[in-house]
Design a protein. Structure first.
Length: 254
């Protein structure tokens, strides 16, 4: 039954804030990603920063060829995040793709959609993290195939710290990478870390490594950096949020 009620304009006008939330991070993730959004949610304060996500098509297996195909998809995906509005940071959440494409190329794609916004990838964030931690020699653990892991080690050697050792789980499907247990990550990370390394890097945004960082650091006695931990840290610092976040390693004390 229809009610004989008609809306009337409010006597209290709508006062508009500049933004619903002060800081805005735009994140482009793979369609198959199970982990990145959860790591941003667990570390970021939702009252201070909004993380706005769009996904791009990705076809497993994870190879150089499929990773290269993500490049042309980045600009359109970023443009669909808060269209026409500025963001404080724009990020692409795929470590291996950032290596294969190159961080400069990723930034060009993202800035086509979000001009002027600082661009972050897990690998660029990792390089910044190693510099902040004073780590010049690192060990790598990845979930990838040996071929993709070798390409990552070469990129690190050319653009970042010296790689003293590299180990991998040998997977080619990022959905399986997201299922690697935390115990496996911890034990494999400890085993992969060379005694001469200044830090350990746990690669891949699919890997559920962020909650493992502190536990591995406690056992190794040296800094541990993961893809998502570094990416979130760098995004927050670029957005002007410098708070320490307990439980996610030495990096979040910087």
């Amino acid at each position: 039954m229809a009610l004989d009620i008609h809306a009337t304009p409010s006597r209290v006008p709508a006062r508009l804030d500049d933004r619903p939330v002060k800081k805005r991070i735009a994140l482009v993730a793979l369609a198959t990603d199970h982990t990145s959004e959860r790591d941003f949610a667990r570390i970021c304060d939702p009252d201070r920063v909004g993380v706005y996500v769009n996904r791009i098509e990705f076809e497993n297996p994870t190879t150089r060829e499929t990773l290269l195909q993500t490049g042309p998809r980045l600009a359109e995906a970023a443009a669909q995040i808060l269209p026409g509005e500025a963001v404080d940071v724009v990020a692409y959440g795929c470590t291996a793709a950032s290596i294969v494409l190159g961080n400069d190329a990723v930034a060009r794609h993202l800035n086509t959609a979000k001009p002027g916004a600082p661009c972050v990838t897990p690998s660029s964030a990792a390089f910044d993290a190693f510099a902040a931690l004073g780590a010049g020699r690192v060990s790598l653990l990845t979930p990838y195939s040996p071929a993709v892991t070798d390409e990552m080690a070469q990129y690190f050697a050319a653009h970042g710290p010296e790689v003293v050792s590299a180990a991998c789980f040998g997977l080619t499907d990022d959905r399986q990478m997201a299922r690697i247990s935390e115990d496996s990550i911890i034990e494999a990370g400890i085993a992969a870390c060379d005694a001469g390394a200044d830090a350990l890097f746990l690669s891949c945004t699919a890997l559920r490594a962020a909650p493992c960082v502190q536990r591995i650091e406690d056992r190794l006695g040296k800094p541990v950096v993961s893809s998502n931990q570094a990416m979130v840290w760098r995004c927050l610092r670029l957005a002007g949020i410098s708070d320490a976040v307990p439980g996610y390693g030495r990096l979040f004390e910087l």
